[in-house]
Design a protein around this ligand. Structure first.
Ligand code: AKB
Length: 312
């Protein structure tokens, strides 16, 4: 029997592009998109769409039964910057949604779960350069705490109940179709929009703040690849480090300037600087490359060309 997939949080930055790619791969009717509110027309009309609160376990079960869902991609989350404004809400959304889906998998309503973790699960005491898969992890944001706790819940449900749950620690994701909301790495998306619209950008991080990043196409490919891998290849059941590019605001601005010479950048740091300073600068991801053959395609140069071409 062909898999039927449910995406929770399908209207978000990653969810929307993941839905599109999964529909291309598995067929529109086999990919059910859901979100707490309506999204873009093409996402809602190209296949089944349901309004769903990610923390409503019974609501999820109803949809799982209605469509005979076998796999769930749980993409709904409150990100790092918004999480610091609403710590309780961030914990509630990020944790209760995951625990509900893991319970449904434990009770055999679904066969496979994807849940994203993040570089935010590391903290200021983790090594900043070539941050290994296993190292000190003492996150200081509520988002990071929820991601680290979530990773261990995934590992627990796998070890104790045999749940097939898979996860990646995403870096900042850069895309042009749907803007991210409430993250610390969002500047690396906004900068392209502003470069086209206004030829200038005021950055909320300082010029030399280096963070791990990735182009959306690579992130979506990695997500589908880890889910399609044979279960025997998935040796890490917390979450895999995943790396592509690391750059600073100054470096991305210099790359944009090659295409838009009049572009200028200025810097005015805010509370997000402290969050960025607590995260790794460059991630080491040998395990993902070895275990399930992960490879990235986009570097800063290629990504910048794609972003500007599509936004123009
Ligand atoms: C954020 O900035 O909060 C996210 C992330 C790195 O998980 N993009």
């Amino acid at each position: 029997m062909k898999d039927t997939i449910l995406i929770i949080g399908a209207c978000g930055q990653i969810g929307s592009e993941l839905t599109q790619k999964l529909r291309e791969t598995y067929g529109n009717e086999h990919v059910v998109a859901s979100d707490i509110r309506e999204g873009k027309e093409d996402l809602m009309s190209s296949g089944p769409f349901e309004i769903l609160d990610a923390t409503d376990k019974e609501g999820i079960l109803k949809i799982v039964q209605k469509y005979n869902v076998t796999q769930v991609y749980l993409m709904a989350a409150m990100l790092s910057a918004t999480g610091e404004q609403y710590p309780q809400k961030a914990w509630d959304l990020n944790m209760n949604s995951l625990l509900g889906v893991l319970e449904l998998a434990k009770d055999k309503h679904i066969k496979q779960v994807y849940w994203p973790s993040s570089i935010a699960s590391f903290g200021p005491t983790s090594p900043k350069i070539n941050t290994p898969q296993q190292t000190i992890m003492e996150p200081t944001t509520v988002y990071g705490i929820s991601k680290l706790a979530g990773e261990h819940w995934c590992n627990y449900y796998h070890n104790r109940y045999g749940v097939d749950v898979r996860s990646i620690r995403y870096p900042g994701i850069i895309s042009w179709k749907t803007k991210p909301g409430g993250g610390t790495t969002d500047y690396a998306v906004d900068i392209y929009f502003k470069a086209i619209e206004e030829k200038k950008y005021e950055c909320f991080l300082t010029e030399n703040t280096r963070l791990p990043m990735m182009y959306m196409q690579d992130a979506v490919n990695a997500t589908i690849k880890i889910m399609q891998a044979d279960a025997s290849k998935i040796k890490t059941r917390t979450a895999y480090n995943l790396a592509a590019i690391s750059f600073t605001p100054k470096e991305i601005a210099a790359e944009i300037k090659k295409h838009i010479p009049e572009f200028t950048i200025s810097y005015k740091e805010d509370f997000r600087q402290q969050i960025a300073d607590s995260w790794p600068q460059v991630i080491e991801d040998a395990n993902a490359r070895e275990d399930w053959n992960w490879k990235h395609q986009f570097d800063l140069e290629l990504m910048t060309k794609e972003m500007l071409k599509n936004l123009q």
